[in-house]
Design a protein around this ligand. Structure first.
Ligand SMILES: [Zn+2]
Length: 272
């Protein structure tokens, strides 16, 4: 078994006792490097559970500031951190929860200029962004750098989760080759969202990240999980890699990163 401290044996006892994780899996978690894109509605529960699970290195990228209207769903922030940078608020939360976790707080807007360098330090990306330009940028960068991308998105009462694993399943562009034109999609501010919905979806993303780290079977690769909170319905659809996909297909046409223009007033960084 790995060289755990007495405190770690207590802290991770419920993982270590699971045959599917065990001491070996816990050590993998402690050595893992996960980039959380956004410390908003999806990022908040994901960061919380990844930190609690002992994922040892968590990068958090966001350039927003905590606002009172975030607290309805972004549970790692609180009334005392309103006005603080989200990455700093998130880091404070994680440090109180689990001192084993090193947080790299990246207060930047993700773009074609920095995404490749930032991804370099991480094995897995948890995409909790709330806008199409970032979603496409991260998808393309993950394909090009061969990184697992655990995708989640929400709208009103609906959420979806899937895992894009290069060479083993589709990517985001296999499903949606091009972003919709600006102005065609309502922002979160316009649409509203049930506060607990990103909690459900972000938690499911955290589950998939942990499974990917410990090498579990049953990753949501090639499967799109849909959740509707009103109907209380989960559906799992098969999705396939498209040979004609512009980025992961046989003859890709997207070979350089693209900075699409912003589609809505909400800045990139996870203000779901
Ligand atoms: Zn693709």
């Amino acid at each position: 078994m790995a060289d755990f401290s007495e405190e770690q044996i207590h802290r991770y006892a419920r993982h270590i006792i699971l045959p599917e994780i065990g001491g070996v899996g816990q050590e993998k978690l402690l050595n893992a490097r996960v980039l959380c894109l956004g410390a908003g509605g999806l990022g908040a529960p994901a960061i919380m559970y990844l930190a609690a699970a002992g994922v040892g290195n968590i990068g958090i990228i966001d350039f927003d500031v905590v606002e009172m209207s975030n607290l309805q769903r972004q549970v790692i922030h609180n009334a005392d951190t309103v006005g603080m940078l989200k990455v700093d608020s998130a880091k404070t939360f994680v440090e109180k929860l689990n001192p084993d976790v090193k947080v790299n707080a990246i207060n930047e807007r993700l773009s074609s200029a920095n995404v490749m360098d930032i991804l370099e330090d991480y094995d897995i990306v948890l995409d909790g962004c709330d806008n199409f330009p970032t979603r496409y940028l991260v998808n393309d960068a993950c394909v090009m750098k061969n990184k697992i991308n655990v995708h989640g998105s929400i709208f009103r009462f609906d959420g979806q989760v899937t895992v894009f694993k290069p060479n083993e399943g589709p990517c985001y562009r296999c499903l949606y080759p091009e972003p919709p034109p600006p102005g065609m999609t309502p922002s979160c501010q316009e649409a509203g969202v049930l506060g607990v919905l990103p909690g459900v979806i972000g938690s499911l993303q955290a589950v998939e990240v942990i499974k990917a780290i410990v090498g579990s079977d049953g990753l949501l690769v090639g499967k799109l999980l849909l959740y509707n909170a009103i109907k209380v319905e989960f559906r799992k659809l098969n999705i396939r890699r498209d040979k004609g996909c512009p980025v992961c297909g046989d003859n890709p046409t997207v070979t350089e990163l693209i900075d699409y223009e912003q589609f809505c007033s909400i800045p990139a960084g996870g203000d779901y």
